[in-house]
Design a protein. Structure first.
Length: 413
């Protein structure tokens, strides 16, 4: 009856124990060599510090495969095992490296095999030992160093893989952020986006701006409840759906009703909802249609007048709350020269100061924007100052996503 081959654990003891060792610092070494006398004839070695290296021996690779259980920390393979060829002198070592990819491996060579020893390290061994110079003390130290080196190498590989995944995620998230399509329009565009979750570029907030063939400029900003990766993905889906539906000619209640259907089909839970604000600015830039779905009303600043919120009394509910909801479209007069700021609630839900729990709110935001306009700020500098001041007032980073979009026409208001 064939002897069953024990399977390796995904993460061997050498990787999981502190410092790459077992409790108490003991290690287990598997020696693969065909010398009947054995390289080391004792079952274990004792270091000066009192730790032990237990010895197992195998005469060939088949026997080694049976003995390579998950409590082995290091493998010492004799490069002179029978069966090697001139074309592949490291065949035994390569076999062991494939067999034990997460274990430390040492190569055993003769005193005249310096070239072969160097090649063994190049293909993956942690170190090499010379048979004629080998004693218990040297072997014990080499095993411990090899285990630590393998542990460090594994950690370095994992760190490199983590950095690569982070870079790929960053490129993906940057690609998902919108590029405004305003060719042919005299409106100026600026935006700021800051996700609430750590080390992310994308959150549950989303925005977009496009110009349709009839000259109308459509802008949208929204917020999926929550700010994790699932909410970010849903926000991207809603933004892309909004852009497609807008180019298809939908507007106002018809567009929001269709977006609600998208949300209902794509969300993971019936409790997920999204707020939304849309504006469609007439080709002459002097008036716009406004729809609110549970979202804060935009702020408008006109030449010679203080900034104020657009009307918001007759908005509709957030998307995903009521199955047969309606969203009235309100006509708004903009004037000849204006700046329209759309934002998510992350901008107004921070604290008024680090020593108070009172929220900034829409009134506090309007007062802040008016101060910054009076200081001569506009466009990108205005949004940068607004987001920065909100963060400073909060006493540190905001926990919610923040998105701010600014459309301007004519001279600064």
């Amino acid at each position: 009856m064939p002897v069953p081959v024990p399977r390796q654990r995904k993460v061997p003891v050498a990787e999981t124990a502190p410092g790459g060792t077992t409790s108490g610092g003991d290690l287990t070494l598997l020696i693969i060599e065909d010398d009947p006398a054995g390289t080391i004839s004792v079952p274990e070695l004792l270091e000066a510090a009192g730790t032990r290296v237990r010895i197992r021996t195998a005469r060939n690779l088949t026997e080694a495969e049976r003995l390579l259980t998950d409590d082995v920390h290091c493998v010492l393979v004799d490069l002179a095992l029978p069966g090697r060829t001139a074309d592949d002198e490291l065949g035994a070592l390569k076999h062991v490296l494939r067999l034990a990819p997460r274990h430390a491996v040492l190569a055993l060579t003769g005193s005249g095999d310096s070239r072969l020893a160097a090649e063994a390290v190049r293909v993956g061994a942690q170190d090499h030992l010379v048979r004629e110079e080998l004693d218990g003390r040297l072997l014990s130290r080499a095993v411990r160093y090899a285990v630590e080196r393998k542990r460090a190498d594994t950690a370095q590989v994992k760190l490199a893989e983590s950095r690569m995944r982070a870079q790929e995620n960053a490129r993906l998230e940057r690609g998902l952020l919108p590029t405004p399509l305003l060719e042919g329009s005299d409106l100026r565009f600026a935006a700021r986006y800051r996700p609430g979750r750590s080390r992310a570029l994308l959150g549950g907030d989303f925005y977009d701006t496009v110009r349709t063939p009839d000259g109308t400029v459509h802008a949208m900003i929204g917020d999926v409840c929550g700010h994790g990766p699932d909410e970010a993905a849903l926000g991207v889906e809603l933004r892309i759906a909004w852009r497609a539906l807008t180019f298809a000619g939908l507007c106002g209640d018809e567009l929001l009703s269709t977006l609600q259907q998208v949300l209902e089909h794509e969300r993971e839970s019936d409790e997920i909802f999204a707020t939304l604000c849309t504006v469609d600015i007439a080709p002459d830039g002097r008036r716009a249609g406004l729809c609110l779905a549970g979202h804060p009303s935009p702020l408008i600043a006109r030449r010679g007048r203080a900034a104020q919120l657009l009307p918001y009394d007759d908005g509709g509910p957030a998307l995903g709350l009521l199955p047969r909801a309606r969203w009235p479209r309100r006509q708004v007069e903009l004037g000849g020269s204006w700046s329209l700021m759309m934002y998510t609630d992350g901008l107004i839900e921070g604290r008024q100061g680090p020593d108070t729990k009172q929220r900034l709110g829409q009134d506090g935001m309007v007062a802040m924007i008016n101060r910054q306009l009076a200081a001569g700020l506009d466009g990108e500098s205005l949004l940068e100052a607004a987001v920065g001041e909100v963060r400073d007032l909060n006493g540190g980073d905001l926990t919610d996503d923040v998105a701010v979009l600014l459309l301007s026409r004519g001279a600064r208001a």
